[in-house]
Design a protein around this ligand. Sequence first.
Ligand code: BTN
Length: 263
Amino acid sequence: MHDFDTIRYKTYLRSTSLGRNIAVFPELESTNTWLKTAVSSGLSDGMICLADRQIKGRGQYQKHWVSEPCANLTWSYLLKPDTHDRLFLLALACIHAVATVIERNYDLGARIKWPNDLMVNGKKMAGVLAEAVFNGNHLERFIVGVGLNVNQRSFPDYVPEAASIAQFTGQYVDREYLLAEIVNETDLFLHAWMGKDTNLVQQINRRLIGYGKRVRVSVDGIAHDGDMLLLGVNNHGHLLVLDNTYTVHTYSYEQVRIDAHTI
Ligand code: BTN
């Protein structure tokens, strides 16, 4: 395992803006925290912050994101969209890009578990933590942090769901090439998001675990009575489910989870 090589990463990069400006750190508290707290003047739209090791990597639901140093990829995008509409969809577009590359380059079936998990054969390979920074009503920055398990060969017992690409393929993965491929793909999906391309929503729904199935939904850890029919996400990236009284519920809240046992 070696330190991330920015020069080699750039040889694979095709995007003209996204990920061209990249701040790489051997060690950082958290790439999301760094982009959240850095002074605005030093930040450009589409820049990336990457750390080979995070001391306080943060996950969804106030959990820690633990990752073996130099084995995996932990990075965040700094985005400055013109609107704060459809931010859930924007975060989903980022995880969909990761899934697309994993499927295409490593021949692994990658699915999205709403809101922001990437699953392969029932195991979690990546997760996204999206955070918006507002100045009054104005969206100042939108940070999308991605933790992707790449070359780690074993995981602690307290994360039994976790798995890496290398565990499935048996091969060492080139992190610089992989990140560049992901950024190239993300660039396409960000343009689709900006252009309100309905194809993006369709592609995400095609990848969505439980799509069209009866699932058990829990809100703040409390299971909703009875199964619900998962209708997919709408063009805001919000989750739509139909309950057994034929009422559609729209969820835009990360504390809503789809119970995997029902899928
Ligand atoms: C999850 O819980 O599934 C989301 C995990 C997100 C982890 C990434 S690693 C890079 C970025 N920096 C952080 O502190 N968290 C995100």
